[in-house]
Every structure is written in C-alpha cells, then in structure tokens.
Design a protein around this ligand. Structure first.
Ligand SMILES: O=C(O)C(=O)Cc1ccccc1
Length: 291
C-alpha cells in the first residue's frame, strides 16, 4: 500500500489530517515540513501531507517556500480541518498553577494561535519553538522535573500520556487549518467527501510596472474565475521582489481557466501550475486513539 509522509511524530494535527485524507494507507512520520516535501520530491514516498494555511495565523510560509524553491511536487488534495489547542504538562507537574510554568513549547503556528491565553495565564513562561506540536509534547514528557508545558492537539496529549491542564486555549473560535496532500494522485477516496475543485498557481510578473498585477487579476476576472487566495511571497532575489501564490476555484483544464492562463502568459508572466485537486471539508474528527 502506498505510504504517506506527514509532519510527525504521531499526534500532530497533520497526523489527524493524514488519517482523514488517507484512511487506509501506511503513514510515515517525518520531523519537519521540508523533510516531508523533500521525501516526496525525491520519490522516497508517493504521498505527503503538510499544513499550508491557518485561519488565525495565515500562511505556513515554510510550506509555501519549500514548494516554490525546493520541492517540485504537485498538490493532489486539500483538507480543511478544525484546530483546537490544549495545554498539557508532565503528570508530575499537573497540579502546578499555570503562572508557575517556566517554559511553553510548541510549533510556531500553535503558539501564535494562543498569544492572548499565554500573556494572560503563563506570562512568565519562555516560549520554545519546535518543529511540531507532538514533538513539543514528547519533549515535555522527557523532562518530568521541569515546569514545562506544551501546546497541541488532544491526540498528542492522549498519545504521550501528559496531563491535560486546559482544553480549547486558542484565542479565536473557527480555528481551521488547510492541509494539502502532495505527490502522486490519490488512488482511493479519503474518508470525507469533496466539496469543489480548485487549482494552485505561482505567478511571477515580467517586471515591476504600474498595473502588472492588476492585469493578471483582470484576466481571471474577465473569464469568470474566482480566486480564493493570493499570497505574495518574496522571490528571495532582493528586497521588494515578490511572486504570487494563487488559488483559483476552477480546474486547470477548464476552457475558461486555460484561456485566462494563456492571457497571463502572453502578458509575459511566468506561471507554475501546482495542479488541480479536490478540496475536502472536514466533517468528523477521526479517532486517533486506535492508531
Ligand atoms: O505541529 C502540528 O501539529 C502540525 O501539524 C502543524 C500545525 C500546528 C498548528 C496548527 C496547525 C498545524
């Protein structure tokens, strides 16, 4: 069975997303987002799952930049998945008042989603960023004597046997994250039904002149294509140089899309196509305890 690389270890949000997108496949944890994308790009695994955007904190720039600069892999599916963060600690530290914790560990996106909570309840705690929420939980588990806490999903708390200090600590409701699958096309249906088809593109403008981006947007508009996301990322060639990561709610082989892209390219833009794929809205949380 085709295996799936995901941002691990077991118990990350990406682990849950990988279960929802690839319920029957073998899943292989990788310690970082670049490791997942590179494993797929190098053909070590046919599929990968990584986070790409969060409703509160925005883009996962590491994912976008690695896709743009280092891993030439198509996007094959998207999952929109609800995120609830909990605060956990070693059972030996479970009765400690929150304000006495000296350190809080998590993935930068998770820390960013709980800024207000941390300022209010753990103002003394030093923040330590790690590669994933479940890696944070695993590290806290290794240091029973330390007054350390981790932020992450309930599955990480359950799998590591940490004490649950407080559930639902994210600052805003409606905390959703988009995860993408990359690599070979999906051979089986995920455990959720698709909502609609979309495409992802990277558009580089020919040069900096008035209306360059406007012309690109106009081509999509005149062909009736709805853009659901436009993210400027530095090209890394100099300050102020950007290209645009664009999501369009249309398949690449649709005639209107093909015509819009022909126009954009005729205008001198370079367009990279990451592929067309289905977006799967989350319906029911997978049960991770049994995995
Ligand atoms: O570290 C994880 O659990 C991840 O999957 C990355 C992440 C972190 C915070 C919100 C969504 C995804």
């Amino acid at each position: 069975m085709d295996s799936v690389a995901y941002l691990g270890p077991q118990g990350t949000f990406t682990f849950e997303a990988a279960i929802a997108l690839f319920p029957k496949n073998e899943r292989v944890p990788y310690p970082s987002i670049p490791d997942v994308l590179s494993a797929v790009a190098q053909g070590k695994v046919p599929h990968g799952v990584v986070p790409v955007e969060n409703a509160i904190e925005g883009s996962v720039n590491l994912t976008l930049d690695w896709l743009i600069h280092h891993a030439d892999v198509p996007i094959t599916a998207e999952l929109v998945y609800p995120i609830t963060q909990c605060l956990m600690a070693h059972p030996q530290q479970g009765n400690r008042p929150l304000q006495d914790f000296s350190r809080v560990l998590s993935h930068p996106q998770a820390i960013a989603q709980c800024q207000h909570f941390l300022r209010k309840h753990l103002p003394q705690a030093q923040v330590e960023f790690v590669d994933s929420t479940a890696a944070a939980a695993a590290k806290v588990r290794q240091y029973p004597e330390e007054a350390w806490a981790a932020i992450g999903p309930r599955s990480a708390q359950e799998l590591t046997g940490l004490a649950l200090l407080k559930p639902d600590i994210q600052d805003y409701d409606n905390n959703f994250t988009r995860f993408i699958a990359v690599g070979e096309p999906l051979t089986r249906e995920p455990s959720v039904s698709p909502a609609y088809q979309k495409s992802s593109l990277l558009v580089a403008l020919p040069s900096d002149y008035p209306g360059a981006l406007y012309k690109v947007l106009a081509s999509f508009a005149t062909h009736g294509i709805n853009l659901s996301r436009i993210e400027s990322r530095p090209t890394k060639t100099g300050l102020g140089n950007y290209h645009f990561f664009i999501d369009a709610e249309q398949s690449l082989d649709h005639p209107a899309m093909a015509e819009a892209l022909r126009e954009v390219e005729a205008g001198g833009c370079q367009v990279r196509r990451f592929g067309s794929y289905f977006c799967y809205p989350f319906r029911q949380k997978p049960i991770v305890k049994t995995y």
